[in-house]
Design a protein around this ligand. Sequence first.
Ligand code: URA
Length: 209
Amino acid sequence: MSEFFVSNHPLIQNKMALLRNKETGTKEFKEIISEVAMLLCYEATRNIELVPSKVQTPIAETEVNVIEKKFAVVPILRAGVGMLDGLLALMPTAKVGFIGLYRDPETLKPVEYYCKLPKDVADMEVFVTDPMLATGGTAIAGINFIKERGAKKITFLCILAAPEGVKALKEAHPDVDIYAAAYDSNGLNDHGYIVPGLGDAGDRIFGTK
Ligand code: URA
């Protein structure tokens, strides 16, 4: 069964207070999204497999543990890009893919308009990023497309999760662990925004409003 992890780390909670504040400007908001993503990445990689190895220190040979697994980070366009640098700060050798989706106005189904993934994604541990897990529609569709390319181990990272999104994502992808910096149990308002939330994450990251 998959995990739904919500951070209770004081550093993350303090940064969430700044993100939620409507007075926080674009530059600071973008920086804090990246910092929270990095702290969340630290939590989400806690159970990564280690392989015993040996190194020679300046003094003696010693046993060490190393990560051999290959990682991919896949932001969902556009807001997921705001979390990318934070993950790459901890996983600098990760390969990066992008997935873009829009909602067809007639069928209301998510349609993939862009997908560029590392070619060996099937053998990688994939971290999908999207700051707001609201209805879950985008996350579910994005992960569908990534699974179609063969990926087997996928973790979803968001800044803020709502009950509707967590439930939908767990039902659609019970094998995908979800890591959130915070959880708003009030759910969504009539416009699909998380309450109290932090507003439109994409607009606040990229200064488009
Ligand atoms: N997307 C956002 O950017 N904010 C929300 O509250 C919900 C979805």
